[in-house]
Design a protein around this ligand. Structure first.
Ligand code: AMP
Ligand code: MN
Ligand code: MN
Length: 332
């Protein structure tokens, strides 16, 4: 039996699931959680949803989004009696953030963890792991899972699934987008996903703070002498002055990649706890996941991230040097 069939068996058997995702949740993480939750509910099962951080406002239109609890507090009170914990789009346990201890406790009490992921850098840390780096989004895997189970998708589920694929493929532009991706998406649209409405909400409207953050970041834009690496940064002071939350800096890194000739774009965001969040994007050939792994992170071949302890300027210098070296070494 393939491990996706084993996941399907677990879902069929259980009655109550805890569904969780990663820190700084994105469209794939949130959409997959909601789609799975709605499908489980239609099949007569109960679900509890939790994320380590808040849902970005651009996703607040998603059906059933109010079900998501933020942080471990509610879980600590209502814990127990789960058939399994389903962890989505979360390549390493540290990315569960403040939910990690609660999940460890549940597992220690005998509740199995099921991981469904698509990162090349994913670790098989759960009791049952389904990791497919060929999937454009976890939402694709959820859709296949629902098909295996014979569970129908309705307009609400289709909307959530459409968001997972649209966001993780950068609007169907990355090379992870295949004919099979489009075939699945055709089914989402047939089931009622409204392409225009979703695109407006997710891609074409952002809070004003996103633009203020982008303006501040663009002021720091620099290019390596070889012209192949671009970077921007935001200090803690600037972020505090603009009262920025994590969601307001999402997507800034991709502006560096738009520059002609650039292969690697980097974005450095100084966090409140003295660590620096680094986003890595590549255009054609540099393995961003491998580059991020040099700094304790990971992700996908063209999009990766890391959280690094230390001082901003030193981290910047080290990461830029590694990126320039990667372009030189991996260049055809
Ligand atoms: P981001 O730069 O946060 O948009 O992340 C880009 C990709 O890298 C996403 O697919 C994340 O799941 C992954 N990623 C981000 N941060 C980390 C990290 N610290 N460790 C592993 N993967 C990460
Ligand atoms: Mn994600
Ligand atoms: Mn994903």
């Amino acid at each position: 039996m393939s491990s996706l069939s084993r996941v399907a068996e677990e879902l069929k058997r259980g009655g109550r699931f805890l569904i969780v995702g990663h820190v700084m949740p994105d469209g794939d993480c949130i959409g997959s959680m909601l789609a799975l939750s709605l499908a489980c509910e239609r099949a007569g099962k109960e679900t509890v949803l939790a994320l380590p951080g808040p849902v970005p406002s651009i996703y607040s239109f998603l059906p059933a989004v109010d079900r998501i609890c933020v942080g471990p507090a509610l879980l600590q009170r209502g814990a127990g009696a789960f058939s399994a914990v389903v962890i989505l789009d979360t390549s390493v346990p540290e990315r569960l953030g403040n939910l990690e201890p609660v999940i460890n406790e549940l597992r220690a009490s005998g509740i199995p963890a099921i991981l469904i992921d698509h990162h090349v850098s994913a670790a098989a840390y759960a009791d049952l792991n389904f990791i497919d780096p060929g999937a454009a989004a976890v939402g694709e895997i959820i859709f296949d899972l629902l098909k295996l189970l014979g569970w129908q998708i309705d307009k609400m589920i289709a909307t959530c699934l459409y968001v997972t694929v649209a966001t993780d493929t950068g609007g169907f532009r990355y090379e992870t987008t295949t004919a099979a991706t489009h075939r699945r998406v055709a089914e989402f649209i047939e089931a009622g996903a409204n392409v225009r409405e979703i695109s407006l909400r997710v891609f074409e409207e952002k809070p004003f703070k996103n633009m203020e953050a982008l303006r501040a970041a663009l002021n720091t834009l620099e290019l390596s002498p070889c012209g192949r690496v671009a970077w921007m940064s935001l200090t803690r002071e600037v972020a505090a002055g603009l009262q920025l939350a994590d969601e307001h800096t999402d997507g800034i890194v991709s502006y560096g990649r738009m520059i002609e000739g650039v292969e690697v774009a980097l974005f450095f965001r100084e966090m409140d706890d003295g660590r620096v969040k680094v986003s890595f994007r590549s255009k054609n050939f540099v393995n961003a996941s491998r580059l991020a792994a040099q700094f304790g992170g990971g992700g996908h071949p063209r999009a990766a991230g890391a959280v690094v302890q230390g001082e901003l300027e030193r981290i910047k210098a080290a990461v830029i040097e590694a990126a320039v070296a990667a372009v030189r070494e991996e260049g055809q």
